[in-house]
Ligand binder design. Structure first.
Ligand SMILES: NC(=O)c1ccc[n+]([C@@H]2O[C@H](COP(=O)([O-])OP(=O)(O)OC[C@H]3O[C@@H](n4cnc5c(N)ncnc54)[C@H](O)[C@@H]3O)[C@@H](O)[C@H]2O)c1
Length: 250
């Protein structure tokens, strides 16, 4: 199936590793031009190196999604280099897990700022280009954790917020040829996951509870994101797609 992504201009936040990295490589394989944005510039450059080594086109950009001016600069650079923005994948996300009574305001704000405000900044920055071209795809990363996990009040709140944000924005943009959807992955083994103190216990629990009997890989999420960015998905908007191997509750 031709996804119609040839020469589409795609920005992916937090694409230096994990789900974002594999999503960037997948878009590049489809012939898209990929702006790999991450707070870790070296990681972003490595991903662009992989894209170029495979014959694709990409650009690395350092950006902290919490900072509106840095986000705007990435979008300006993307437009200067590739002419427009067609697809935005708001993938950058973090967790700071601790029970509510021990949670600091800084831990709350950090998670909300990266996971929610980052999407707010990027959507505002890319929409003028999409509106001008009457075509656009925005894909935001939520999480199966939106259903609730102990120790994740901040993360859960942020991932539920993404769903409401996605629904409202999809209604605002539907008449402009722009779709807005979210993807909620279940447990996916990434560098971010492996860095968590509770990773071994989480992995064991996720495997035990997973109906399909195996854990998801970044490519499983990348496949759904690229589909939502495709021509074939033009009638899909305002929805949240669970990519969890059948697991939905905690
Ligand atoms: N891995 C999972 O099991 C899982 C499950 C559900 C949802 N998700 C969501 O998927 C997305 C990707 O997850 P992952 O596991 O690949 O994460 P990861 O930690 O492996 O990678 C995240 C990337 O985001 C970058 N980043 C962090 N803060 C940033 C900031 N302020 N500005 C720009 N970049 C920043 C990091 O440098 C890193 O490269 C996140 O939104 C996460 O919440 C992941």
């Amino acid at each position: 199936m031709d996804l119609g992504l040839l020469e589409r201009v795609v920005i992916i936040s937090g694409a230096g590793r994990g789900i974002g990295r594999v999503t960037a490589l997948t878009f590049a394989q489809e012939g898209a031009r990929v702006v790999v944005c991450d707070v870790d510039l070296e990681a972003a450059q490595q991903v662009v190196g992989e894209i170029e080594a495979a014959g694709g086109a990409g650009m690395a950009s350092r950006c902290d999604v919490r900072d509106e001016s840095q986000v705007q600069s990435v979008v300006n650079e993307a437009i200067a280099r590739f002419g427009r923005v067609d697809v935005m994948v708001n993938n950058a996300g973090i967790s700071k897990d601790v029970s509510l009574l021990k949670m600091t305001e800084e831990q709350w704000d950090w998670v909300m700022d990266v996971n929610v405000k980052g999407s707010f900044h990027f959507c505002r920055a890319v929409l003028p280009s999409m509106r001008e071209n009457k075509w656009g795809r925005i894909i935001n990363l939520s999480s199966r954790s939106m259903f609730g996990n102990p120790g994740q009040t901040n993360y859960t709140a942020s991932k539920m917020a993404i769903i409401g944000f996605t629904r409202s924005l999809s209604l605002e943009q539907a008449r402009h040829g722009i779709t807005v959807n979210s993807v909620a992955p279940g447990f996916v083994e990434t560098e971010g996951m492996k860095g968590l103190e509770i990773y071994p216990r989480l992995r064991e629990m996720a495997l035990a509870k997973n109906p399909v009997g195996f854990l998801g890989e970044p490519k499983d999420i990348a496949g759904m994101i690229t589909f939502l960015a495709s021509e074939q998905a033009r009638y899909v908007t305002g929805t949240n797609v669970l990519v969890t191997g059948g697991r939905f509750s905690s």
